[in-house]
Design a protein around this ligand. Structure first.
Ligand code: OOG
Ligand code: MG
Length: 262
C-alpha cells in the first residue's frame, strides 16, 4: 500500500461526493500517481462503508473488464470487481432519469443469482454453477465519475468500477441445461441493433468471471454470500446513451430486458 489511512478516507469522500452530486472529477492518479491495487480496493471499501452508513444495503457484486475487448483496451489480464447497493436497482421497463447521472453507458450482461455462498480460493466454473439458483439477462448502466469517462485501472477500481444502475429481466432460468458460453446476445438502441456477442466473450465463460470474483474475495477472507446478484461483466463494449434513448437487450434462452432514459 502506498497511501495513508487518511489519504484513503479523503479519496473515498472525493469519489463518493462526485457520485452523489453527479459531477465528473479529475482521476485520482493525477494527484497520487503511485496508488496500487490494494489502495484502490481500500478506497472502494470505504466508499461502500459510506453508502452503508447512509442506509443503503449491498445487494450484489459485479465483475468488470471481463471481456477480451475491454481487457485489451485497458492492457490488463484480470477483471476488476465492485459492489451494487439497493439504490442501483432499476425495475424492468421503468425509466432512468439522465438528471441523476453524469455520462452513462449501457452494456449487456448475464446476471447470476446465488443460492449458496461461493468461496475461493480454487473456485471454478462448476462451483459457481452449483451455487447458482438461476441466471437472467441484465443491462448494466455504468457512469464513471471521471472526466470524459477516462481512467486507469486503479482509478476505476477506487470508483467502484463505474457502478451506478442495473436492470434485470426476462426469464429466471436455471443453469443446468444452458451453455452460457454459447448464448447469443443482441442489444438494440431505439430499435437498431448496436451490439452483438456471445457469453464466451466474458473470459471464455461468464461463470469463470464469477469464480475469479470468489477467488479475489478469498484473498481477504470474504465470500460471495447466498442471495447475491452478480453481474458477470459486459459482453460487448458499452454504448453511450442520452435522454430519449430506449435500450433493449435480448439474450438467447433468457429472454429480454428493456429500459428507457428520460
Ligand atoms: C469499468 C466497468 C466495466 C464491465 O462490465 O466491463 C464493467 C468501465 O468500463 O467503466 O462494468
Ligand atoms: Mg459491467
Amino acid at each position: 500500500m502506498k497511501l495513508t489511512a487518511s489519504q484513503i478516507a479523503e479519496l473515498a469522500e472525493y469519489l463518493e461526493s462526485a457520485h452523489l452530486e453527479r459531477r465528473e472529477v479529475v482521476k485520482i492518479t493525477d494527484r497520487y500517481p503511485d496508488i496500487d491495487m490494494d489502495d484502490a480496493y481500500a478506497i472502494q471499501n470505504q466508499v461502500r462503508q459510506r453508502k452503508l452508513a447512509r442506509g443503503e444495503k449491498v445487494v450484489g457484486l459485479k465483475c468488470g473488464l471481463t471481456s477480451y475487448a475491454k481487457m485489451q483496451q485497458m492492457g490488463v489480464e484480470t477483471p476488476i470487481f465492485g459492489f451494487m447497493t439497493d439504490a442501483y436497482v432499476v425495475p424492468e421497463a421503468s425509466e432512468i432519469r439522465m438528471a441523476e447521472l453524469i455520462h452513462p453507458k449501457v452494456e449487456p450482461e448475464i446476471a447470476f443469482f446465488t443460492k449458496t455462498p461461493i468461496r475461493g480460493p480454487g473456485c471454478d466454473i462448476g462451483a459457481v454453477l452449483a451455487a447458482t439458483d438461476f441466471v437472467m439477462a441484465a443491462i448494466e448502466v455504468i457512469d464513471s465519475r471521471y472526466r470524459d469517462f477516462k481512467f486507469d485501472l486503479v482509478s476505476v477500481i477506487a470508483d467502484n468500477t463505474s457502478a451506478t444502475r442495473f436492470i434485470v429481466g426476462g426469464k429466471a432460468t436455471p443453469v443446468a441445461d444452458l451453455d452460457l458460453a454459447k448464448l447469443g446476445v443482441v442489444m438494440e438502441k431505439n430499435g437498431k441493433v448496436e451490439m452483438v456477442g456471445a457469453g464466451a466473450a466474458v473470459v471464455g465463460h461468464p461463470a469463470t468471471a464469477v469464480a475469479m470474483l470468489a477467488n479475489h474475495l478469498a484473498a481477504s477472507g470474504e465470500e460471495i454470500p447466498a442471495g447475491s446478484i452478480i453481474l458477470s461483466g459486459g459482453i460487448t463494449e458499452a454504448i453511450p446513451v442520452q435522454a430519449g434513448d430506449s435500450i433493449s437487450l435480448q439474450v438467447q434462452s433468457l429472454g429480454g430486458v428493456t429500459t428507457r432514459f428520460v
